[in-house]
Structures are given as structure tokens and as C-alpha cells.
Ligand binder design. Structure first.
Ligand code: SF4
Length: 231
């Protein structure tokens, strides 16, 4: 089986996953992710929210609209281009539920993240992304180790793939109220824009030299092991 077929097989199996329901961690399974073979960007978020629980499309609620705006600021032509070039997954793919006060969503429970990890590992092994976009503290800590958001956002980490941390685009976060943090976000979006441009150039020059093949750029290897922060 080729990589593309293996990915389709994996995606079908993931959509049918309900192990966290079987273990009484959540009442309902609704695995939510989206991505196609050859996408050079790979975004890892925290978990879907109530809107995504219904739509089954990652980042389709208010936070997703903000994320789309950020990506247009970064230089993607529009939200459609960003989503076409980006595999979007999360540490936990099913909605974890609302908190008791009803004021927000629950954080993904560690046993659910552990159950879900093998899906992410397999996707990264198969898709070998050029760039990983780590959205929110949990996703950043998963790949870069624990640390302050201020020390990660605005910097790039690693090489194959390059990792770009971002804050969560949810309106609940007050982190972006600080002008210094807004500058960090602007720097992170600038880095993403540069990477998008350089990937577009690579794709164009390959297209020219291989007679017009539209195969996306590949990397030799992706890593899913935690990396130490450079900041
Ligand atoms: S959170 Fe992940 S491991 Fe748990 S049921 Fe959903 S897809 Fe499966």
C-alpha cells in the first residue's frame, strides 16, 4: 500500500474511533480533523469545540475564523488556500465537553490525549510535513516541552519540520491583550509567511524542472519527539 492509500485508510479508521467513549472519558465520539496527502503544513491544535462537534470540520467556529484571518495576514491567499495546504489535527480529536460553569470547554483529559496520540504519530509519519503550526500551550508543550508562550511565539524551532508556535485564537485568551504579545504574534505570522513563500518557490521550480508535475515538496523525515526550546 502506498503512503497516500495508507493515509486514507488511517483517516477512515480514525473517524470510526470511539475508545474514549468505551473508557467513559467522553460521552460521544466525533473525531474531527481534515487534511490531504501532500499538504506541506501540519497544524496541531488542542481539541475541537462544540461547533466542530457538529460540523466535524476543524476550526469552523469563532476561533477558526480568527485563525483564518491570521493566516491571511501571514500571506496565504485566503482561508481556502490555507486549508488546502494544511493538514489540521489536534491532540484530542473529539470534543472534551463544557466545563461545569458552562463558561468554556474542558481541557483535553490526559487519558484522551494518550489514546489519541497514535493517530497523530501515524499522520506525521505518513505526511512528513515541512512546517508544523503548534496552536496553544498544550500543542506547543507536546512538541517543544513546557515553557512560557512568550518564549515560543515569534520564534521558529527545528528544521525538518520547522515548528512555529502560535497562541490559541480563541477569544477567551487574554494573552493577546498585551501589545508585546501582539507583536510576538505578528512575528510568528511573518515567519509563516516566509515559509509559505519559500515552499511556493520550491514547488514552482520543481514543477518547471519535472515537466509540470504538481507533486508537493517532500521532506526526508518528520519528528514527533519532544524538542527542547531554543528560546
Ligand atoms: S479523542 Fe481520539 S482516541 Fe479518543 S475517541 Fe476521539 S479519536 Fe478516538
Amino acid at each position: 500500500m502506498g503512503g497516500r492509500e495508507e493515509l486514507l485508510f488511517l483517516q477512515a479508521a480514525c473517524r470510526a474511533c470511539h475508545i474514549c467513549v468505551d473508557q467513559a472519558i467522553i460521552p460521544e465520539a466525533n473525531p474531527t480533523f481534515e487534511g490531504r496527502w501532500g499538504a506541506p503544513f501540519f497544524l496541531v491544535g488542542q481539541a475541537p469545540g462544540p461547533v466542530e462537534r457538529v460540523s466535524r470540520r476543524p476550526f469552523s467556529g469563532r476561533a477558526g475564523k480568527e485563525l483564518d484571518r491570521w493566516m491571511v495576514r501571514a500571506g496565504f491567499e485566503n482561508a481556502e488556500e490555507f486549508r488546502r495546504l494544511t493538514y489540521i489535527a489536534a491532540l484530542m480529536r473529539c470534543f472534551p465537553g463544557r466545563n461545569r460553569a458552562g463558561s468554556g470547554d474542558l481541557k483535553p483529559p490526559p487519558p484522551a490525549i494518550a489514546n489519541c496520540a497514535h493517530w497523530l504519530e501515524a499522520e506525521l509519519r505518513l505526511t512528513k510535513p515541512k512546517v508544523m503550526i503548534l496552536v496553544g500551550q498544550l500543542a506547543i508543550a507536546r512538541f517543544l516541552g513546557p515553557g512560557r508562550l512568550e518564549d515560543g511565539v515569534g520564534h521558529r524551532f527545528g528544521d525538518r519540520p520547522v515548528m512555529i508556535p502560535l497562541p490559541h485564537p480563541s477569544g477567551q485568551s487574554r494573552w493577546l491583550n498585551d501589545p508585546a504579545n501582539r507583536e510576538r504574534l505578528a512575528a510568528a505570522l511573518g515567519l509563516l509567511g516566509e515559509l509559505r513563500m519559500s515552499l511556493a518557490r520550491t514547488t514552482r521550480s520543481r514543477s518547471n524542472s519535472d515537466g509540470g508535475s504538481r507533486q508537493p515538496p517532500r521532506v526526508r523525515r518528520a519528528t514527533t519527539t519532544a524538542m527542547r526550546r531554543k528560546a
